[in-house]
Ligand binder design. Structure first.
Ligand code: G6Q
Length: 549
């Protein structure tokens, strides 16, 4: 089937061979030279779509590079695989599932039949239920057990059931209901729950238990603590918690067993991966914060980027360009990481969100058919908002020995225009891209009267690549486009590499082992330990310290 179109032989494709020969030439060229010899470059190597403008001219590429990368995408069947995703084929081969987050944002009038079911209709039924609920809470119509309106919403979830919601809430805080407090509890460390709830009144607090499986250790542990906390604050009657808990899950049985009325459960489907779920019912806390109309705008932004990805030829296709550039740096330049630098304080959780999206998706060492890859796959994504990062780790990007391609993200308008802050902020976006690309030559350093011994220290070699993404302003629609841009960039990379970007088996082993260790930590009697000598000794030491031995 089409999922195997890419096969296992990335290195054997004609385009790969041509790219290798081409790389030998391009690696010797500097961005300085490339720009000097081509005055139009900065206006030509750009693309826009779904409200985002991408300047990719400061990459170590020529027009031929992009042409060859486009060929590579074709030879690897990226477009066929993209169509297979949109058709609902089971492109998540190791879990035998469709991958249909694109259906979560299809407009109401569309239809997509998968296994005989119109998934778009189901999506909108859930969205309608979410909207009705969100309106009731936001209007104060939904009352807690003692008759008080809800003022605090605490989302309990982890991984894909936390990172998207918290990122989106922070990103769209400007549009949020300011009289309400929104908190996010994910860590099994009790500190997370205690700190998130310490100043909240249980009578005014609603918990959204977000878990696709409703079995996740961290989430279920936090949910139980939340129930105890609520009960203690509401007089101890079990039925008191009904008005203070709702669930977002695919597991109705688990939800009912926990004691949440399934009328207060919002469902989704196995074809929504955790890290691709912030626009499903997992976004309920986002909707409670910004309201259904703004949530719809966010979905429209996602959808606009989906359409752009599906319809635009590779040369002007933002996610394809970015995805192929990642492959170029990862596999030809050997770049291990990619920096994400949003110049907007509201996007301060965006790099953390992208870490999961990119690294859980493309951190794979075998192809779709299970062969070990003989090339590098997913890069390490990391970052911090600008300008803070400049005063911290940018030094290494400018003058270190490693090549770190960077994505700068900026907006023409600030949501908080304050004196000249915004021009100063954006001047730094442009300055950083410029400094990374062109650096400072020894001649320039000398001209400044620098003593000869210090000249080498002050030289900036430049030739450090970056993308710049610009948008008008950070609104819900733009956030949707931005997230979908990275989702489809990740997809493009995964399709070229011929890997399954939608499973995450690597996180399972640690979970299983932790479950086995819990009783060993809790046992009254000294347990018989059968781990390696290091793990055994660590467990004994921990037990001894806890018991004051
Ligand atoms: C994401 C992963 C993972 C998942 C969490 C939470 O793609 O599958 O991060 O989202 O483990 O899972 P639950 O939603 O089932 O609690």
């Amino acid at each position: 089937m089409s999922t195997d179109a890419a096969g296992d032989s990335l290195r054997e494709t004609p385009a790969w061979g041509r790219l290798q020969a081409h790389f030998a030439e391009v690696r010797k060229r500097t961005l300085r030279e490339l720009f000097d010899g081509d005055p139009e470059r900065g206006e030509r190597l750009v693309a826009d779509g779904a409200g985002l403008f991408l300047d990719f001219s400061k990459n170590r590429i020529t027009d031929e590079t992009m042409m060859l990368l486009g060929e590579l995408a074709r030879e690897r069947g990226v477009e066929e695989r993209r169509e297979a995703m949109f058709r609902g084929e089971h492109i998540n081969v190791s879990e035998d599932r469709a991958v249909l987050h694109v259906a979560l944002r299809m407009p109401r009038e569309r239809s997509l039949i998968v296994d005989g079911v119109d998934v778009v209709r189901e999506v909108h039924e859930t969205l309608d239920r979410m909207s009705a609920f969100a309106e009731r809470v936001r209007d104060g119509e939904w009352r807690g057990h003692t008759g008080k309106a809800i003022r605090n919403v605490v989302n309990i979830g982890i991984g894909g059931s936390d990172l998207g919601p918290v990122m989106a809430y922070e990103a769209l805080r400007h549009y949020s209901r300011r009289e309400m407090a929104f908190r996010f509890v994910s860590n099994i460390d009790g500190t997370d729950f205690v700190e998130a709830t310490r100043d909240l009144d249980p009578e005014e607090t609603l918990f959204v238990i977000s878990s696709k499986t409703f079995t996740t250790l961290e989430t279920m542990t936090n949910a139980r603590s939340a129930r105890e906390w609520s009960l203690a604050g509401l007089g101890g009657e079990a039925k008191a918690v009904a008005k203070h808990f709702v669930a977002v899950s695919t597991n109705a049985e688990g939800v009912a067993e926990f004691g949440i009325d399934t009328d207060n459960m919002f469902g989704f489907w196995d074809w929504v991966g955790g890290r691709y779920s912030m626009d499903s019912a997992i976004g309920l806390s986002t909707m409670l914060a910004i309201g259904p109309a703004q949530f719809e705008q966010m979905l429209a932004g996602f959808h606009a980027m989906d359409e752009h990805f599906r319809e635009t030829p590779s040369g002007g296709n933002l996610p394809m360009i970015m995805g192929l550039l990642s492959v170029w740096y990862a596999d030809f330049f050997g770049a291990e990481t990619c920096g994400i630098f949003p110049y907007d304080q509201y996007l301060h959780r965006f790099p953390a969100y992208l870490q999961q999206l990119t690294m859980e998706s493309n951190g794979k060492h075998v192809t779709l058919s299970g062969e070990h890859v003989d090339y590098d796959t997913g890069q390490i994504y990391w970052g911090e908002p600008g300008t803070n990062g400049q005063h911290s780790f940018y030094q290494l990007i400018h003058q270190g020995t490693r090549l770190i391609p960077a994505d700068f993200i900026g907006f023409a308008h600030s949501l908080n225009e304050l004196g000249d802050h915004h021009d100063k902020l954006m001047s730094n976006v442009f300055a950083q891209g410029e400094a990374l690309a062109f650096g400072k030559t020894p001649e320039q350093v000398r001209e400044e009267g620098t003593p000869e011994a210090v000249v080498p220290h002050r030289v900036m070699e430049g030739n450090r690549p970056s993308n710049t993404i610009l948008a008008e302003r950070l609104d819900p629609q733009t956030l949707g486009s931005l997230v979908a841009l990275y989702e489809h960039s990740v997809f493009t990379q995964g399709a070229v590499w011929g890997i399954d970007s939608f499973d995450q088996w690597g996180v399972e082993l640690g979970k299983e082992l932790a479950k086995a260790i819990i009783p060993e930590l809790e046992a009254g009697e000294e347990p018989k330990l059968h781990h390696d000598s290091s793990t055994n000794a660590l467990i004994r030491r921990y037990r001894n310290v806890r018991r004051g031995v």
